[in-house]
Write a protein that binds this ligand. Structure first.
Ligand code: CP
Length: 530
């Protein structure tokens, strides 16, 4: 039987379906019990037990828990464990991520655990090192596990958090009420919650942070789209002034050192808003639990140490669970367990819907008064007309977008023009129109480019005074393979400033915007061009 987990990568938590995550949690529960009972027979069912199965840790940012729990998990498996000395590696000579990881993959390593400031590294390497493995006949295609990338995601932390929430929820997945407290802006662990908490059917989430540390809109919107009931509070004081208080609180460390002078001047005030105090205890529902991905700051902990020896303490067990979850994840990737899984698997198929539709032109005369596209005072005999640009937007937006279309389509040479008119049906609704006389031919790639920059438009091709072809453009499901695309997140691996040679790729979101395929940053279709 095929094992769908073998050789998988984990760049974001959504790389595992809900059913796959629940399966991983069930297996972790079995493993944890077996470890507690020293049940060697069950433990052997999980063990990879292969000294040639290589796990490589590459940490370009500091870590204790993630790095050491993975190292100990690999030792449980009796696998080969390596750790790149990043401070003295050839990264410092300007070597790219692709060349570095291809090199290490060539030394028969199967799984890479990567922490990096750059976002989307694992998604890029999955493709790049996969191609390297193919052309060099390596026995395994390497897997990449994101151990935290910038402000983006920390999917294995999400797995151990989810496991711990379930443990404290009596394995009930029907609902969770969770308060996220602290630095929701920088915290990748709370960003992973936007998809991670989908393991629960009903999610009530309370975001407690002052505006300076608030959850970025991308993740807040994702939570809403995922059906979560989201409320916002400025501080713990404000939160506890109302009655509906969560029984699970997830604290994070304010990363104020990443913010400017002005914020640092106000650090005591900002920290106070997200730090728990003794007098708050009486407002907590019975059976409440606190969690923290850790580390907590030794001088300014948001969960003060006087709480360590209280029933609120869920964070210590949460941290210990990290190794169990990671043992199971490695066992799945190695194909040691998971063959019998029969739940919903990750879909590999692409959305290949058509987005350039040819519509009936009937050889309409372009001279006809109602359809005439004129070159100054004369109707066009030969040329192209892009019509209905940004219909309904204001004239200034339409003008800016026409300039972008002209640039992206290379229409900035020769004759022609553009104008803004109102719709025949609604004189209050503006639209833009670009025309270019001549006999320029457009191929499929040009049409793709047009759909990507001018969705919702009509393209008319005019020859000898007649419209010989007419196309309607729709938003493509994916936009890629154009040199002048760029993600506007400076921390993204594909951002041109990093010179990693990563071509920008975007995928359409449910609300018809474009998410970077690497870092997930959401753009409008107008924002993806350099
Ligand atoms: N929670 C977590 O990622 O901790 P480390 O930074 O110590 O790995």
């Amino acid at each position: 039987m095929d094992n769908i987990f073998t050789g998988r990568s984990l760049a974001v938590i959504d790389d595992l379906t809900i059913a796959e995550r629940r399966y991983l949690f069930e297996q972790t529960k079995i493993l944890k019990t077996a470890l507690a009972e020293n049940d060697q027979k069950t433990l052997d069912r999980f063990r990879i037990n292969d000294p040639d199965f290589g796990m490589y840790e590459v940490f370009l940012e500091d870590s204790t828990r993630t790095r050491e729990s993975f190292r100990n998990a690999a030792k449980f498996h009796r696998a080969k464990v390596s750790d790149l000395a990043t401070d003295s590696s050839s990264f410092n000579k300007g070597e790219s991520y692709a060349d570095t990881f291809n090199t290490l993959a060539g030394y028969h390593n199967s799984v890479f655990i990567i922490r990096s400031k750059l976002e989307g590294v694992c998604r890029w390497l999955e493709d790049e090192a996969g191609a390297f493995a193919g052309r060099n006949n390596l026995s395994r295609r390497p897997s990449f596990i994101n151990a935290g990338d910038g402000k983006h995601e920390h999917p294995t932390q999400e797995l151990l958090d989810g496991f711990t929430f379930l443990e404290d929820n009596n394995w009930e997945t029907s609902s969770i009420h969770l308060a996220l407290v602290g630095d929701l802006y920088h915290g990748r662990t709370v960003h992973s919650k936007a998809d991670g908490l989908r393991i629960f059917d009903r999610v009530r989430i309370d975001l407690i942070a002052p505006p300076e540390l608030a959850m970025p809109e991308t993740y807040r919107m994702k939570m809403v789209e995922n059906g979560f009931e989201v409320r916002l509070f400025d501080s713990i004081d404000e939160y506890l002034a109302q009655q509906d208080v969560a029984d699970k609180w997830y604290f994070t460390r304010p990363q104020l050192e990443r913010m400017g002078e002005q914020i640092l001047k106000r650090q005591d005030e900002l920290r106070a808003k997200v730090t728990f105090r003794k007098e708050f205890m009486k407002y907590l529902p019975k059976g409440s639990k606190f969690y923290h991905p850790l580390p907590r700051h030794r001088v300014h902990p948001t969960i003060p140490t006087f709480l360590d020896d209280t029933p609120l303490n869920g964070w210590e067990r949460q941290s210990i669970n990290g190794m169990y979850v990671r043992i199971v994840l490695l066992a799945l990737i190695a194909g040691k367990i998971g063959a019998e899984f029969a739940g919903e698997a990750q879909k590999k198929g692409r959305n290949d819907e058509e987005y350039i539709l040819q519509v009936e032109s009937n050889g309409t005369s372009a001279d006809k008064k109602e359809d005439a596209y004129s070159e100054g005072v004369r109707p066009i005999r030969n040329g192209l007309v892009i019509d209905h640009i940004c219909r309904g937007d204001d004239p200034a937006t339409i003008r800016r977008h026409m300039a972008l279309i002209i640039k992206v389509m290379g229409l900035d040479d020769g004759k022609g023009g553009e104008w803004i008119s109102t719709s025949k049906k609604d004189s209050g609704q503006f639209k833009g129109l670009v025309f270019r006389p001549g006999t320029r031919e457009l191929d499929r790639k040009d049409l793709k480019r047009l759909a990507a920059v001018a969705a919702g438009c009509t393209l008319n091709i005019i020859r000898d005074g007649s419209v010989v072809a007419k196309y309607r453009t729709h938003l493509p499901p994916r936009i890629y393979n154009f040199d002048d695309l760029a993600c506007n997140n400076e921390a993204c691996i594909s951002h041109p400033s990093h010179a990693e040679g990563v071509p920008a790729r975007f995928e359409r979101t449910r609300d018809n915007r474009y998410a970077c395929a690497y870092c997930g940053t959401v753009h409008t279709f107008k924002e993806i061009w350099k």
